[in-house]
Design a protein around this ligand. Structure first.
Ligand code: ADP
Length: 383
């Protein structure tokens, strides 16, 4: 059993971890389908025993990347290294990887034991031995009681456990999961994702999980890899990526941030002063950015849950103030999601504690003043 990294802690990414069983490295890997470049020279190190989520919108190249690692798709260019071996030319069964498909791909005419044992049957393992091994795997996913059932007699969540047991039977170093939770209802999805995390920690093998859900990636991953248009735009721990999305695309995709376009006025003592949109003036930490030239355009991000709202005229010394009009309020349980609009800025979102909101509700069309401290904002790169 491997103790995974703590929630939000940085995983080991050194060479020591990469030399272990289950370490995966992509070196300038490209996938072309005819004239379409689906994955464009991506380089990525996934430490052994980690939970990695490939995250991005539909069509960004996540599944192609996973299928190349599995060996179900050829690599057009670049190297794939698993367990320290370049395995780009190896057939799927020789890679130490196993894949769990989105639709589970169970055989309808076989019961659970035979479904799980199928790959051993193909390898000529005797019936008693392969069924015993399959039962072990069923126990691992808490499905012993369903051993004799046919897939049609199982719920979606149970079918998924069978598919998982089948993938794990081959004793993979790396388990590849393509949108494994997308066919489940929201309640079961949350339950199964905790199960996946438990299994990954218990087995200590590397999981690479494709998803378009930022919530799923945040909940599961040690390493979140955000993809866009066949490129990796950011890779880091969930906390890194959530707190410091690097580009406007990532900030919007990860959520929780407002992206504000602005013009650079000056850089002074580690702070960047910006103007616009409208009459707004803002101060954002320079952070590790190269100081931008005055007069240039850039975007910054500000956390929606760290913005304070006040009625106009109420005093506030904050250097970041935006006068805006309330355009909508959505009740989300713990929070109310308020949308504001100002000159040159649509859909600025403020998340308010629901009790605070209801103590003094802001009606649609009201003018409000949003303010925040510089530390809850950061500059964004173009790409
Ligand atoms: P994602 O998993 O992020 O949705 P994919 O890897 O499935 O993305 O697809 C990336 C791009 O490659 C898309 O533009 C898609 O249309 C294209 N693509 C995927 N599979 C094939 C294929 N077999 N033949 C041609 N184009 C494909």
């Amino acid at each position: 059993m491997v103790s995974g990294a703590m929630v939000g802690e940085v995983m080991t990414t050194g060479d020591e971890a990469l030399s272990k069983r289950g370490a995966v490295e992509l070196v300038s890997v490209t996938k072309r389908y005819g004239g379409t470049t689906a994955v464009d020279a991506i380089t990525l190190k996934i430490p052994a025993g980690g939970y990695c989520c490939l995250l991005g919108p539909s069509g960004c190249g996540k599944s192609s990347t996973l299928r190349m690692i599995a060996g179900h798709e050829t690599i057009s260019d670049g190297d794939l290294i698993v367990d320290g071996q370049n395995i780009g030319d190896q057939p799927p069964a020789k890679r130490g990887t196993a894949m769990m498909f989105q639709d589970y791909a169970l055989f309808p005419h076989l019961d659970c034991v035979d479904n799980v044992a199928f790959s051993l049957r193909m390898r000529g393992v005797g019936k008693t031995e392969r069924r015993a091994k399959a039962r072990e795997m069923l126990a691992l996913v808490h499905m012993e009681a369903f051993a004799q059932r046919m897939p049609a007699q199982l719920s979606g969540g149970q079918q998924q456990r069978i598919a998982l047991a089948r993938a794990l039977l081959t004793n993979p170093h790396v388990l590849l999961l393509d949108e494994p939770l997308s066919a489940l209802d929201p309640f079961l999805r949350v339950k199964m994702r905790a199960e996946l995390r438990r299994l990954q920690r218990e087995l200590g093998i590397t999981f690479i999980h494709v998803t378009h859900s930022q919530e799923e990636a945040m909940a599961l991953a040690d390493l979140v890899v955000v993809m866009e248009d066949g490129h990796i735009r950011q890779a880091g721990t969930p906390r890194d990526v959530f707190n410091h999305p690097r580009t406007p695309f990532i900030a919007r995709f990860i959520g929780g941030h407002n992206v504000v376009p602005a013009k650079v006025e000056a850089v002074e003592g580690g702070l960047v002063r910006l103007s616009g949109p409208g009459t707004g003036h803002f101060t954002v930490p320079l952070g590790s950015h190269v100081p931008p030239a005055a007069g240039g355009s850039m975007h910054f991000a500000v956390r929606g849950d760290r913005v304070a709202l006040a009625r106009p005229g109420v005093g506030d010394a904050s250097p970041n103030q935006l006068t805006a009009r309330a355009t909508g309020a959505e009740y989300n349980g713990q929070t109310v999601r308020l949308t504001l609009s100002a000159e040159g800025l649509e859909d600025f979102v403020v998340l308010m504690d629901e009790a605070a909101y209801h103590a003094d509700p802001i009606e649609d069309g009201a003018t409000v003043r949003a303010s925040w401290t510089p530390e809850v904002s950061h500059l964004l790169d173009v790409q």
